[in-house]
Design a protein around this ligand. Structure first.
Ligand code: MG
Length: 355
């Protein structure tokens, strides 16, 4: 039987900061950019959430909601260390680990001998160890279905463990809102609602043929998930060939100047994700426009320099924008590794933050 655990740290960046400065623990804090410089909130603690502060929100807006909010600048190097320590703990239980981001991973413990092979006990133990050894809380979910493990880890956040035992998948799914399914965003949710579908139960009632007829391949996947027959395998992580970061904006960026202003923050997030020994073969950008089309552009990095340039990103980004000249809802920047680095020990999760 497949046994999957999904682990997700609670307000990760903020949790690490509170651990290092316990005096902050009972105050609303966030990690993010400077409100005076169009910064955005990356993460905030649960005190701040009570004021309506959320990740992806403009820092200036967050300050208006909660004037005494303390916004700390991100310390990516520190968070990466904690992320690696988490990974070390995971690897004591299974070699099959799929990181999704710095603070989130799937673990396949199907063949683990630890805790008598009980996914529930392994998840409990990992949670306790991370709390004791690293001083932060993580939530966990366990199920034989990969996507359900992820939904479960979110079920009793923060600091929760939810197990969906074998045989309980279908009762759990029946009452589940389709909005919880991976790949079902607000647009898809609206389309489904238009067909009278809000729960997975509704999907089953409509049936596979009708789901495929109306929604195509995604319709089939939604049906399989709703029925609990979409297992999914944990992809054992291999070295990344490229690293990229992207941001979706609350308000579309409508001018070249707007785009120019957002670029430095993206580039510094990308830098924070990259290893010290850097050697890249190309740099690329991505823009998603208000009409949901997207444009990517890439340029090779000369063998002599091996490093990307900020100007290079700006040039590519403006060229990509000029291809359509529509308001932009998402910007992304990334680099591809030189082949010499592709098989190294790079373990860099794709990082996507809404802002
Ligand atoms: Mg998290």
């Amino acid at each position: 039987m497949q046994k999957i655990i999904h682990i997700d740290a609670d307000c990760f960046f903020a949790a690490v900061e509170m651990r290092d400065r316990p005096a902050l623990k009972n105050n609303p804090i966030a990690v993010g950019g400077d409100p005076g410089r169009r910064g955005v909130i990356c993460t905030c603690n649960y005190h701040a959430r009570r004021y309506g502060v959320k990740s992806a929100m403009a820092s200036a807006h967050a300050k208006r909601l909660c004037p005494h909010l303390l916004i700390l600048p991100p310390d990516m190097a520190k968070y990466r260390v904690v992320s690696e320590q988490m990974r070390d703990i995971f690897s004591e239980y299974t070699p099959v680990i799929e990181p999704l981001s710095l603070d989130e991973a799937f673990l396949d413990v199907s063949n683990s001998d630890c805790a008598a092979g009980s996914a529930t006990l392994i998840a409990q133990e990992i949670r306790q160890r991370i709390e004791r050894e690293l001083g932060i809380n993580v939530s966990a979910g366990a199920s034989q279905l990969k996507f359900l493990a992820k939904i479960a880890s979110d079920w009793q956040k923060p600091n929760g463990l939810t197990v969906i035992p074998p045989g309980e998948e279908q009762p759990f799914l029946r009452r589940l809102s389709v909005s919880k399914l991976p790949g079902v965003g607000p647009v898809m949710q609206n389309k489904l609602a238009g067909a009278g579908i809000t729960l997975c139960e509704d999907v089953l009632n409509i049936g596979l043929n009708s789901m495929v007829f109306r929604f195509g391949a995604i319709g089939e996947r939604i049906f399989k998930m709703s029925k609990g027959i979409e297992f999914g395998a944990v992809a054992k992580h291999s070295a990344k060939k490229s690293v990229s970061v992207e941001s979706t904006f609350d308000h579309d960026l409508s001018s070249a100047d707007d785009i120019k202003q957002r670029l430095p923050q993206l580039i510094s997030r990308l830098r924070a994700r990259l290893p010290d020994s850097r050697s890249f073969s190309s740099q690329f950008v991505k823009i998603k426009f208000s009409n949901f089309t997207q444009k990517t552009m890439e340029s090779r990095i000369g063998a002599s320099s091996k490093h990307f340039s900020d100007e290079g990103f700006l040039r590519l980004m403006l060229a990509a924008w000029h291809s359509q000249k529509l308001p932009a809802r998402l910007l992304g920047v990334g680099v591809k590794m030189s082949s010499a680095h592709q098989f190294g020990q790079l373990e860099l999760p794709f990082d996507s933050v809404k802002s």
